[in-house]
Design a binder for this molecule. Structure first.
Ligand code: ZN
Length: 134
């Protein structure tokens, strides 16, 4: 690939990434988890043997602006929340891909040494495949 072709390829890739970014719906960062609780009521099934704990209760944990947060999620909002979490992961994948293409393009334009990615290409492809399957 000539330098001009490589540059055009990277520019086209960035354009494609920008287009996909525009299609993203609602998103939020975090990890969804299920909790089961024991209450304080005497003789409740949650303290039986075997115990039947209350729940599941759902919560999302995430770090934002350097602070960690945990929020409860109502059962009827779990499916939507899962979708929002997937969309956030897709956003991060697209932004990472844009940064990688931006670095490569900048190195080509300025004739400087390219920055080597830390992750192996196979791992990146697998992650992209997973994000695409969602
Ligand atoms: Zn109980």
């Amino acid at each position: 690939m000539t330098m001009g072709t490589r540059q055009a390829h990277l520019e086209a890739k960035i354009d494609t990434l920008k287009q996909e970014l525009l299609t993203l719906g609602d998103l939020r960062p975090g990890t969804l988890s299920e909790q089961y609780n024991v209450c304080g009521k005497a003789g409740c099934a949650c303290k039986a043997d075997p115990p039947r704990k209350h729940g599941p209760y759902y919560q999302v944990s995430f770090t934002w602006q350097g602070r960690s947060h945990t929020q409860f999620v109502r059962r009827e909002h779990v499916a939507t929340t899962r979708q929002q979490l997937r969309t956030y992961e897709r956003l991060r994948a697209l932004v990472e891909a844009w940064i990688a293409a931006g670095l490569a393009l900048s190195a080509l334009r300025f004739g400087t040494a390219p920055v080597r990615p830390r992750v192996r290409r196979a791992a990146v492809r697998r992650a992209a495949k997973r994000a695409h399957a969602q």
